[in-house]
Design a protein around this ligand. Structure first.
Ligand code: FAD
Ligand code: SF4
Length: 483
């Protein structure tokens, strides 16, 4: 193969450990805040091969154990070192259907990279597994248009319905189509991708990457119906009993925003993170000259929260034109849940972080436009049920800040439409679907579920893994008819 690294020199472990980790090249912070283009630029071929040399091919590869879908990480890294980038992509695709996406958004620092043997040494940092995954996926996109995945054969007449086109639904659809089934996806929104299209911004995950994955599914023969709200337009029971589907996979996510429930939350200029990001990402408010989506823009934006969603919202606000974009968080830096890379990028871009602050009311003018927020300062007490130290208000610490917009990014709840319209399917006390962890089987015959609608808000890789596992279980169910 033309890319093979013919001059590959076999290095010993000592030599490998001497190689310094290759940072991900990125757009200059001052420039990138003026555009919505992807922040990270990606490795060159030379950088990828050099980084791959850092892997010492451990006898016990902890990285595989750290990966939620058990990708054979040392194997794909060795293929990169040899210059067989398409082989590396194929190796990843044995376990992950969305490598270009996971290479960009997976919290590797908490998973494979956290346990990488090289990173556990005092004098070294982990192999950049995520950056390498992204590299091979992008290389594959450029050089292997067919993607090794096309399967135009229908081996079975049975049809399967996938409800929701987020990572769990897309992964389930791809797997089932590959197995030879007829697959239809039903999506409530007018575009496909779930959080990946309406939540995660372009500067972190370009839409073209997602659209490529969706196009692969379409080329494989997966039917996609948008603007169909299952539970309203048509129910799960109707899919099974009237429309001829033999099984249904539910991957409808946890997209209902949580609110603070404080006075003034209804004012113009107070948004849930989902609404803020959807208006900008999906409804193109970032391109106000060409699209009509209304979006307030002023000087000061405060985002309440400290997860990935909060980072996405505050950095999006900065790019939209807010010159003073801040995070207010009621705990401290140590309890932030956002990916380290996102926090680092936000800081580089000039986002201000203010800790141990809790909002108590929003204040508007006579037109009901947001003008100010009243907050109180907090201190940390004993750990709460989440294991993080509980924030406690400090008496007399209240203060008022002038703001033009507020975004509430404190988490989400279950999306209730499908659970409440599907009799016979058990839910837990929070309304999430109860499903078997390994198979996605629910308590209703023929119905499987996975992703955030089962686990609550989690990660792309876990949702994707749940979709893949459910696909295997659906295959078995349809072949054996045993429930
Ligand atoms: P979703 O992605 O929520 O998709 C569900 C789909 O179902 C949606 O398209 C929805 O419109 C559709 N749907 C809902 N109800 C119906 C219905 N009744 N009928 C038809 N369709 C329906 N995770 C990471 O790993 N890394 C990150 O960096 C990261 N960043 C994030 C940033 C933001 C802003 C948010 C909100 C989340 C982020 N996450 C991240 C979490 C991750 O995106 C989710 O865990 C993942 O998308 C869940 O996938 P899913 O398929 O379960 O659901
Ligand atoms: Fe390579 Fe790190 Fe995995 Fe060891 S743990 S095989 S060094 S990536």
């Amino acid at each position: 193969m033309e890319n093979k690294n013919k001059e590959q020199i076999i290095l010993n472990t000592k030599e490998r450990l001497k190689i310094i980790r290759h940072d991900m090249p990125a757009q200059n912070p001052a420039k990138r805040v003026q555009n919505f283009k992807e922040v990270s630029i990606g490795y060159s071929i030379e950088e990828a091969i050099e980084e791959a040399k850092r892997c010492i091919d451990c006898k016990v590869p902890y990285c595989i154990q750290g990966c939620p879908v058990s990708i054979d990480i040392p194997a794909f890294i060795k293929l990169i070192e040899k210059g067989d980038f398409l082989g590396a992509a194929k190796k990843i695709r044995e376990k992950s259907s969305l490598p270009a996406i996971c290479g960009r958004v997976c919290p590797q620092e908490d998973q494979c990279e956290k346990v990488c043997t090289v990173g556990r040494r005092k004098d070294s940092t982990s192999v950049a597994i995520g950056n390498l995954e992204r590299f091979v996926a992008d290389y594959e996109a450029e050089h292997d248009k067919k993607n090794n995945l096309s399967n135009d054969k229908y081996l079975y007449d049975k049809k399967i319905a996938i409800v929701g086109a987020g990572p769990s639904g897309l992964a389930a659809a791809g797997e089932l189509r590959q197995k030879g089934y007829r697959v239809s996806i039903f999506e409530a929104l007018h575009e496909v991708g779930g959080v990946l299209i309406y939540g995660v911004p372009e500067f972190r995950l370009p839409k073209s990457i997602l659209l490529r994955e969706v196009q692969i599914l379409k080329d494989m023969g997966v039917e996609i119906f948008t603007n169909v709200v299952i539970g309203k337009t048509i129910t799960v029971d109707e899919l099974l009993n009237e429309k001829g589907y033999s099984a249904v996979f539910i991957g409808t996510g946890a997209g209902t925003p949580k609110f603070l429930n404080i006075p003034g939350e209804e004012l113009n200029g107070v948004y849930s993170a989902n609404e803020f990001l959807t208006r900008i990402n999906l409804m193109r408010a970032y391109n106000m000259n060409e699209y009509d989506t209304p979006m307030k823009c002023g000087k000061t934006l405060v985002v309440f929260g400290a997860g990935n969603t909060a980072m996405d919202a505050v950095r999006t606000g900065l790019r939209l034109g807010y010159s003073d974009a801040r995070i207010f968080y009621r705990r401290s830096r140590n309890e932030m849940t956002a990916r380290l890379e996102e926090i680092h990028h936000a800081e580089q871009e000039g986002i201000k972080f203010e800790f141990l602050i809790n909002p108590i009311r929003f204040i508007g003018d006579e037109k009901q436009d947001l003008k100010q927020v009243e907050c109180e300062r907090m201190e940390l007490g004993e750990p709460d049920e989440s294991g993080r130290r509980r924030p406690i208000p400090i008496k007399g610490s209240e203060f008022i800040a002038d703001i033009d917009a507020a975004v509430i990014a404190i988490g989400t709840n279950v999306n209730p439409i499908v659970p409440s319209s599907t009799p016979g399917m058990d839910l837990n006390k929070w309304g999430y679907i109860i499903a078997d962890e390994k198979t996605g089987k629910t308590t209703k015959k023929g119905v499987f579920a996975g992703g955030d609608i089962v686990t609550g808000a989690a990660t792309v890789i876990l949702a994707m893994g749940a979709g893949k596992n459910a696909a295997d279980a659906i295959d078995e169910y349809l072949k054996t008819n045993i429930w």
